[in-house]
Design a protein. Structure first.
Length: 137
């Protein structure tokens, strides 16, 4: 099987996240329009090579979920719902429901949530949280 590109995997993850109730998602850095998610590389190591005998790379993705800071109570509700483990608003449940990301990957899993707080994008503050997703291709 041909190794999917990092861009392919990023797009497949974004498509999977659009199944989360009330959340749009993009694989490209676009203007933030909360509530939404953006799939970005993790800071630091984002690809691991030669980890398995099939010589496929494994990828680390960072899904950033954005909510409005203007209404911080509602924003916290959105981030809290995304961090749930088994609901229609859960990032982890969305990935768990199709860990192959539409057949592109061997497996994918949300391994952690981090960075819950204010994040500035293009001069605008948002409430945000980062969800780290490991993708094995």
């Amino acid at each position: 099987m041909t190794q999917p590109t990092y861009s392919d995997v990023r797009a497949a993850l974004a498509a999977r996240i659009t199944t989360v109730t009330g959340l749009s998602c993009s694989a490209q850095r676009v203007q933030v329009n909360p509530p939404c998610g953006l799939v970005l590389p993790v800071t630091g190591t984002f690809a691991r090579y030669e980890q398995t005998l099939d010589h496929q790379a494994d990828y680390l993705m960072r899904l950033v979920v954005f909510a409005s800071l203007a209404n911080s109570e509602n924003g916290q509700d959105i981030i809290d719902a995304a961090a749930a483990t088994d609901t229609s608003t859960s990032i982890a449940a969305a990935v768990r429901s199709d860990p192959t990301l539409g057949g592109l990957a061997a497996d994918a899993a949300v391994t952690e949530a981090t960075g819950y707080g204010v994040m500035n994008v293009d001069g605008i503050d948002y409430l945000a949280a980062h969800f780290i997703v490991e993708v094995f291709v």
